[in-house]
Design a binder for this molecule. Structure first.
Ligand code: UT7
Length: 323
């Protein structure tokens, strides 16, 4: 008998304030046309003053739990992916844990920047597979707007705030590909590229710093690594791209998403796109996109969903899930 984790609830939360490309034209030397053509982004959500990553995470978590029909007390694990925790410590996951009224189990954060959700999903899935957890909450939550230099047009137009969450439940099955659940996760990193996408601050430097990026280099690596890890994931499961119902990619740039999907020969109508409305929300982007496509009825029970992400480090990875 194989133990597997099944996604039984999906939730999301976006802050109320919307910042459009037109709004950004008034702040920095940019145009709606440049941002739309180069990235596909039209608008993004920005957290209100006093609204923190834990608030966004909590709202997404509550919705995911409600949809799963699961009380928070049934959880025995929270893994929260974020680059923008409320405080240096404790983990933002423990704040969410307390607010949910969950007093047992374990709660901790995972830091893999834009790949954070895939990393957190992999961690929780392995806890469930090994029998160490039964019901896990996996959250991607970010207030990335607080890491931005609003005078730097090369970065400030790209990112947004938000949170998404999934509830994983242990199921026991025969282990065939017909079973629902997380079929596999695949993680990679290559620290030689640390300074191609980073924050020029941190505890060692005594200031929080701002996002810095060599956009062209990140772009170049992203399309190749993402196509590779998706191929690795499909090969591991003995599947080909025609068996994928939906690609739910990290939403950094429409051109990266299209480029990686093309390499895989995945048709564009199978790709879930939210980058136009959300911008790049880092660890939150995949569960936000997943929630959007579940909510509007595109992704249904039994569908095979491929997820991929790449971020600072570099880190990258993919997951294949039968919903
Ligand atoms: O989440 C994971 C990580 N992030 C990513 O995956 C992002 C990866 N990179 C990208 O998405 C793209 O490289 C960007 C969207 C960041 C930039 O697009 P690009 O096509 O690579 O543009 P570029 O950096 O080559 O810049 C082209 C021109 C430059 O002007 P010159 O030197 O040609 O005169 C930039 O100064 O565009 C200029 N530029 C802008 N112009 C108007 C850069 N940012 C802006 C802007 N508005 N916001």
């Amino acid at each position: 008998m194989v133990r597997r984790s099944c996604i039984v609830g999906v939730g999301s939360y976006l802050p109320a304030q919307v910042l459009t490309n037109k709004d950004l034209e008034a702040r920095v030397d940019t145009t709606d046309e440049w941002i739309t053509q180069r990235t596909g982004i039209r608008e993004r959500h920005i957290a209100a003053e006093g609204e923190h990553t834990s608030d966004l995470a909590l709202a997404a978590a509550r919705q995911a739990l409600e949809r799963a029909g699961m009380p928070a007390q049934a959880l025995d694990l929270i893994v929260l992916a974020t680059t923008t925790p409320d405080h240096t410590f404790p983990a933002t996951a423990t704040k969410v844990q307390a607010a949910l009224g969950m007093t047992g189990g374990a709660a901790f954060d995972v830091q893999a920047v834009c790949s954070g959700f895939i990393y957190a999903l992999a961690v929780a899935d392995n806890f469930i597979r090994s029998g160490q957890a039964k019901n896990a909450l996996v959250i991607g939550a970010e207030t990335f707007s607080r890491l931005l230099d609003w005078n730097d047009r090369t970065t400030c137009v790209l990112f947004g705030d938000g949170a998404g969450a999934v509830v994983l439940q242990a199921v026991e099955g025969e282990g065939t590909n017909d079973d629902r659940g997380v079929l596999s996760t695949h993680l990679h990193s290559d620290g030689r590229h640390y300074d191609l996408l980073w924050v020029d601050g941190g505890i060692a430097l005594g200031r929080s710093g701002f996002v810095k990026m060599n956009g062209q280099e990140v772009f170049r690596h992203a399309v190749g690594r993402l196509a590779e890890v998706m191929e690795e994931t499909l090969a591991f499961n003995g599947m080909d791209a025609s068996q994928v119902d939906w690609l739910v990619p990290h939403q950094a740039n429409r051109r990266i998403i299209d480029g990686a999907a093309r390499k895989l020969k995945l048709s564009a109508d199978k790709v879930v796109i939210t980058v136009d409305r959300h911008g790049n929300t880092s660890a939150a982007s995949i569960p936000l996109a997943l929630a959007a496509a579940v909510d509007d009825g595109r992704i249904k029970t039994g569908d095979v969903v491929l997820m991929e992400a790449m971020g600072g480090g570099f880190t990258w990875g993919a997951a294949l899930v039968r919903m």
